[in-house]
Write a protein that binds this ligand. Structure first.
Ligand SMILES: NC(=O)c1ccc[n+]([C@@H]2O[C@H](COP(=O)([O-])OP(=O)(O)OC[C@H]3O[C@@H](n4cnc5c(N)ncnc54)[C@H](O)[C@@H]3O)[C@@H](O)[C@H]2O)c1
Length: 344
């Protein structure tokens, strides 16, 4: 396999992790691109062998592919610049902050025969794969609903609200688990710190196939760190707790059934059985994700989390913002792809 030169744009909190991970992949040369001089120096100190550059346009002459790890609102314009320069692109989540721009990127990548991938990290996470196997195998039964909570005293962003920052994780997880995308959303969001953007939000996402719902709660203003996905099935329930490194997945053999009794005081009957915690092991999700990106570039494959997967998340959040502005009105989500199909 020949050498591949991959740029990482943005050596901040997340971009520095991409640099570490990509630097460990055989036959990949990493170029760090960062316009903040102290951060560029930090990259040079941490990775003495790597080429470090401050100017994106200059760097685009050297790289075959690029990972864009800058602020969310900058993704669309930067990704367009990179694709126009003939460079394969992975954009951190969210793909863009506007569905129209996401469609434009999908079309552009397809026209140029370039890979466009979005960094939906949890789709590369071993615990999420265990959850998906539980859903796919039918062990949980019919999915009644999915509930997610991603709460913390979080980093307020200057350019986007909490929905754009945190909900991409949960929506991409639920889409992946169900193998589907939501058709409608109702959302409530509010700022609780004067002059700041919305810091707490609740989204109700409706899926048609399978016919189910997901309830997503995201917050930057909560005293406790919670990273939880609960899948409630007709047979069993499963909880993915991302802050429990020992038992991230628990399967509860419990549920309720319509009561066979004619007694109106007993509308349902309960089943309570064992709680099981399957072993979850696998490489670091970011390594799986970055290896997948490199593989797609090398072999001309369509990524698992491609532009359309990014668009589905962006369209859902865009619709959620419209819903929240209309006091939780039910808004339809248009996930129709761009006119030209992805052909990378
Ligand atoms: N997948 C995940 O789990 C995950 C986790 C955290 C953050 N993220 C995403 O990663 C992205 C970056 O987040 P972060 O927290 O690392 O931000 P950050 O502010 O820590 O880092 C961004 C860096 O990009 C640099 N930058 C911006 N524009 C540039 C340009 N034109 N040229 C060169 N450098 C430029 C900034 O100087 C900064 O150092 C966001 O989209 C965020 O949503 C993803």
């Amino acid at each position: 396999m020949g050498e591949l030169t991959v740029g990482v744009l943005g050596y901040g909190y997340w971009g520095s992790k991409h640099v570490r991970v990509l630097n460990g992949i055989p036959d990949v040369d990493v170029v760090v691109i960062e316009n903040h001089i102290d951060r560029l120096a930090a990259a040079g100190a941490a990775f003495p062998g790597l080429m470090c550059m401050a100017d994106l346009d200059k760097a685009l002459e050297f790289v075959d592919a690029i990972v864009i790890a800058t602020a969310a609102s900058s993704h669309a314009a930067i990704a367009r610049r990179c694709l126009e320069a003939g460079v394969h692109v992975m954009v951190e989540k969210p793909l863009t902050t506007c569905a129209l721009e996401a469609r434009g990127l999908i079309t552009l990548a397809a026209e140029r025969g370039l890979v466009l991938m979005v960094g939906h990290t949890f789709e590369y996470n071993a615990a999420v794969h265990v959850l998906r196997d539980l859903v796919d195998s039918g062990e949980l039964g019919t999915i009644r609903y999915i509930d997610t909570a991603r709460l913390n005293l979080g980093l307020y962003q200057a350019d986007v609200n909490v929905m754009w920052d945190l909900a991409p994780h949960d929506i991409s997880i639920v889409n992946y688990l169900l193998g589907s995308t939501p058709t409608h959303v109702s959302a409530w969001a509010r700022s609780h710190v004067p002059t700041q953007v919305e810091d707490v939000a609740y989204l109700q996402l409706e899926y048609a196939e399978p016919d189910t719902r997901a309830y997503v709660h995201v917050s930057w203003l909560d005293p406790k760190k919670v990273r939880r996905v609960t899948v409630v099935g007709s047979e069993k329930m499963a909880v993915y707790n991302d802050v429990d490194p020992n038992e991230p997945i628990r399967i509860y053999d419990m549920g309720v059934d319509e009561s066979q009794s004619l007694n109106p005081d007993r509308p349902v009957s309960y089943r309570v059985g064992d709680i099981l915690s399957p072993r979850v092991s696998g490489p670091e999700p970011l390594l799986v994700e970055d290896e997948h990106f490199v593989d797609c570039v090398r072999r001309g494959l369509v990524p698992r989390s491609d532009g359309r997967s990014g668009l589905a998340v962006v369209a859902a959040i865009e619709a959620a913002e419209r819903s929240a502005a209309a006091a939780g009105a039910r808004v339809s989500i248009d996930t129709a792809p761009a006119l030209v199909e992805h052909a990378a």
